[in-house]
Each structure stands twice: as structure tokens, then as C-alpha cells.
Design a protein around this ligand. Structure first.
Ligand SMILES: Cc1cc2nc3c(=O)[nH]c(=O)nc-3n(C[C@H](O)[C@H](O)[C@H](O)COP(=O)(O)O)c2cc1C
Length: 238
């Protein structure tokens, strides 16, 4: 009898252990699946956010870095006929913005005009831009950045227009409270470099800390994207 009881006890123990191990396996499988889904969502959103059509609605979910700071890449960029590159489908600055989003996992926001009257031919675009500059215009922006307060760091991208930021970028800088935030500017150009835009950004957002401007030749973004990507990586790792 004692032997039978001992045998039954051993069998019960074996079943209990097997059930326990199965549960643990299920839990870890579930956790791995959830992590995979989350990773996919972040990756997809980052890609969307870097698209030139992206707006506040499709920006990536907020990504926190290890230090708990949150970043967003805000940029203005034009397609159509551009200097030295013919007619382009993705703007030069947008290409750099996309690289930064990819490498940092930051959210993104494209500054789009509320009324987009910018010509798609180079000469006509330069005329309109000059007129805006002469008038110190503040062209309206289509959308607003949702919950701007949550960001500590703003990567701000723009093409150099007539030795300056496009006027719509001043609209952006004057529309938000940059107190305590860091602006990290990047620009594309056709020879002027950053054109002294760091101090212009600082004047427009006096309460922000404004870092040095990364200046990239617009033609390189279209013709040598790998080299631009390496430059962006080095810059981000500084
Ligand atoms: C209206 C306008 C003005 C420009 N002015 C300058 C300039 O003063 N200095 C310069 O180096 N490039 C100038 N460029 C060239 C652009 O900065 C360059 O092509 C840039 O990469 C365009 O970027 P995007 O495709 O993101 O708009 C100008 C281009 C345009 C359309």
C-alpha cells in the first residue's frame, strides 16, 4: 500500500512540474511576441514619420532615450525642381530628416504651408521666396505639433533660402515655447553652408539652447546618400 501511495505521489509531482514549465514557456513566448509587435510599430511609424507627406497625424509614437529625454525632428523641405539636382521627388532636407529619424527613433513633423503656393520650378520658387523675405512674411503652417511640451530636443531641418531660413521656419520658431529645450539645427544648401543660421534661430527662440548647425550639400543628399548617412551618424554620435 505504502508503495502505491509513494508511486501516486511521484506521478502527481511529475505532472505539477510539467504544468509549471509549460506556463513559464507560454509567458515568455507571449512577452517575446508583445515586444516584437511593439518594435514593429515603432519601426513602421518612424518610416512614416520621415515621409515627405508626413504630418502631425502620422508621426511616430514618442520615443524616449535612455536618459528619458524625448526628441522630435521638425523639417521644411521642397520637392519639384531644385538647384543642381533637377526635379526631385523627395526634398533634400527631407532625406536628411529621414536619416535622423531612422537613427534616433525620434518623432517627426513636416512643416507644410497652410496654403501651398510655392512654385515647383526653381526660378519661380526663388522669386516667391525672395518676396517673402523682403516682406518679413510669416507664412501659415498647416498643422501643429501635438503636445509640443513633451519634447526636450528639437532637430530642426531646413534648406538655405537666400542666405537665411525659409520664412515659414520663423513661423514655426515663433509659434512654440522653447524654454528649456535644445534645438539641433541641420540644413541643406548649394554652397552657402549654414549661412549663419544658428544665431538667427537663437534670436527667434531666445529661451532655447541652440547647437551648431549640420550643413549638408543638397546635391549630396540625392547623389551620395551613403556618404551623407555616414556624416549624419558621426554627427549624432558626437
Ligand atoms: C528659394 C531658394 C533660395 C535658395 N538660396 C540659397 C542660398 O542662398 N544659398 C545656398 O547655398 N543655396 C540656396 N538654395 C539652394 C537650396 O538651399 C538647396 O537646393 C537645398 O538643398 C534645397 O533643399 P530642399 O529640397 O529640402 O528644399 C536656394 C534654393 C531655393 C529654392
Amino acid at each position: 500500500m505504502k508503495r502505491i501511495i509513494a508511486l501516486l505521489t511521484v506521478i502527481a509531482l511529475v505532472f505539477a512540474l510539467a504544468a509549471c514549465s509549460a506556463n513559464t514557456k507560454n509567458d515568455s513566448t507571449e512577452a517575446a511576441t508583445t515586444a516584437n509587435i511593439e518594435t514593429t510599430v515603432v519601426k513602421e511609424s518612424a518610416t512614416e514619420g520621415s515621409n515627405t507627406e508626413s504630418t502631425a497625424e502620422n508621426s511616430a509614437p514618442t520615443t524616449e532615450t535612455g536618459s528619458g529625454s524625448k526628441s522630435i525632428v521638425v523639417y521644411f523641405s521642397r520637392t519639384g525642381e531644385q538647384y543642381g539636382v533637377g526635379v526631385i521627388e523627395k526634398g533634400n532636407t527631407a532625406i536628411v530628416a529621414e536619416m535622423i529619424v531612422e537613427q534616433t527613433g525620434a518623432d517627426s513633423f513636416e512643416i507644410l504651408p497652410k496654403n501651398d503656393n510655392y512654385p515647383m520650378t526653381y526660378k519661380e520658387l526663388t522669386d516667391v521666396a525672395k518676396e517673402e523675405q523682403n516682406q518679413n512674411a510669416r507664412p501659415e503652417i498647416k498643422d501643429t505639433v501635438p503636445n509640443f511640451d513633451q519634447y526636450d530636443t528639437v532637430y530642426l531641418g531646413y534648406p538655405i533660402w537666400w542666405g537665411d531660413l525659409p520664412m515659414i521656419c520663423y513661423t514655426f520658431l515663433e509659434s512654440y515655447d522653447f524654454s528649456g529645450k535644445t534645438i539641433i539645427p541641420f540644413c541643406t544648401h548649394a554652397g552657402s553652408g549654414n549661412a549663419g543660421t544658428q544665431s538667427k534661430i537663437q534670436s527667434a527662440a531666445p529661451n532655447a539652447t541652440v547647437k551648431d548647425v549640420l550643413a549638408i550639400a543638397g546635391t549630396d543628399t540625392q547623389n551620395n546618400p551613403d556618404s551623407v548617412k555616414a556624416t549624419v551618424t558621426d554627427w549624432l554620435n558626437q
